[in-house]
Design a protein around this ligand. Structure first.
Ligand SMILES: [Zn+2]
Length: 418
């Protein structure tokens, strides 16, 4: 958090503008120097974000950004988002009828609470995703204006996701998804002594090794991320769909429920496929992994989930349920051959990241980062290689079985009608 703030300030010192970019546009938003660090006019973001400032009363203002509501008060160095209060680098001020806020509000707070935003700490830029169906117009209400003046913000419908190579004919394509990333560390552990781990680092290391193994087997691979960045859960599925993946494999590290009798003792590996969570424990993991949405836009982003969209995508995904459970079984079997922890089995849960991938999709919890022994196991590059080998072997076995089933079905279709 401190590093991000320093980064923002350095960028501000080097250049009097904040760069905001999406897949198509880059806009430079002027910064105003102050004794307490760089400030910016809220409305200056309106060409890129759906943003509006509302003067509530006396010193109180509400900033609406992409559906999130941030409440500030001039002269007070905090921002309130729902019931959450976060510190600001300096207090917002009114100048010539414009609300000025610290750059840190954009660099540090936005990525946590405003949907479809991410802070690129390396470049010191605000990066915007465009979510599906986010084509409505934004209204900008000028603070302090005699009558509320409105302005339409340009509609943006492009998809600023990374370019995806065209699918090669006759080649199987596996989407490899490293869980979490960027501001979303995932779980951290272990409980007690042992190497300190962050889930996002372990998942990235294993995902990159898994992709390498699959490529060695002649499989094409698309990663949802290859660096320490936050990719929205829905965008992971969209990347998979746009790439035309045959399989989707999401890698995660498990965490014990702190209310368990001896949480540090929990160990083992499990593989999930999409369905309603069937057990209390599956619900725990589902809730934990879906928590990432918090980093994509807070509770508001979860609330505005379109139930119809969910049902439709659920129906599409249902076609793949049997295949997904098959894939989960083969991966779990191969992990059982090398993993020192107990085999916790194949389970079902409603993972958001799996809902949006319209292909056989599984989520692998490769061990408990809360357990000191498994934290050491998961952070060893040799063990990461072995885990990647096992998952790759499971995926290969599944794909071979799938080819056989497809060939069998093809033969049946061309044979005599029963
Ligand atoms: Zn996770």
């Amino acid at each position: 958090m401190i590093a991000a703030l320093l980064g923002a300030l350095q960028i501000a010192a080097a250049s009097p503008a904040l760069v905001v970019r999406d897949g198509q546009h880059t806009v430079r938003v002027p910064l105003v120097a102050s004794a307490n660090g760089p400030l910016l006019r809220v409305e200056s973001l309106a060409s890129m974000l759906q943003i509006a400032v509302h003067h509530d009363s006396s010193s109180y203002y509400t900033i609406s950004v992409n559906g999130a509501r941030l409440q500030v008060s001039t002269g007070v160095s905090v921002v309130r988002v729902g019931s959450d209060v976060r510190p600001l680098a300096s207090a917002p001020v009114m100048a010539a009828g414009h609300l000025l806020v610290p750059l840190q509000l954009v660099s540090e707070i936005f990525p946590h609470v405003v949907p479809n935003t991410r802070w690129d700490a390396d470049k010191g830029q605000l990066v915007l995703f465009t979510s599906l169906g986010d084509a409505s117009n934004g209204l900008v209400q000028q603070a302090g204006a005699p009558a509320p003046s409105t302005r339409t913000v340009a509609t943006r419908t492009e998809h600023p996701l990374p370019p995806i190579p065209p699918k090669r004919a006759g080649r199987r394509l596996v989407i490899v998804d490293a869980g979490h990333g960027g501001v979303d560390n995932g779980m951290t552990g272990p409980i007690g002594d042992g190497p300190k781990i962050r889930e996002k680092d372990i998942t990235l290391a294993v995902a990159l090794k898994l992709g390498k193994r699959l490529r060695a087997h002649g499989i094409d691979v698309v990663y949802t991320r290859t660096t320490d960045t936050l990719i929205a859960l829905d965008d992971r599925g969209r990347i998979a769909n746009r790439a035309g993946g045959d399989l989707f494999i999401s890698v995660h590290v498990n965490a014990a429920n702190p209310n368990w009798k001896d949480p540090g003792a929990a160990r083992g590996f499990e593989t999930y496929f999409l369905a309603e969570a069937h057990t209390e424990d599956a619900r725990r993991v589902e809730q934990m992994e879906n928590e990432s949405m918090r980093f994509e836009g807070g509770p508001a982003a979860v609330d505005k989930d379109d139930p119809l969209g969910f049902i439709l995508s659920d129906m599409k995904q249902n076609e793949h349920l049997r295949e997904s459970s098959e894939l989960a079984e083969t991966i779990q079997d191969h992990l059982a051959e090398m993993h020192p922890g107990p085999n916790r089995g194949v389970k079902q849960a409603g993972f958001r990241v799996l809902v949006t991938a319209y292909m056989p999709a599984v989520l692998v919890e490769i061990g408990f980062g809360t357990n000191p022994r498994e934290a050491a196991f998961l952070s060893s590059p040799a063990k990461q290689n072995a885990i990647a080998d096992a998952i790759a072997a499971g995926a290969m076995e599944y794909l071979q079985g799938y080819e056989r089933r497809v060939a069998g079905a093809g033969a049946a279709a061309t044979g005599p009608t029963p």
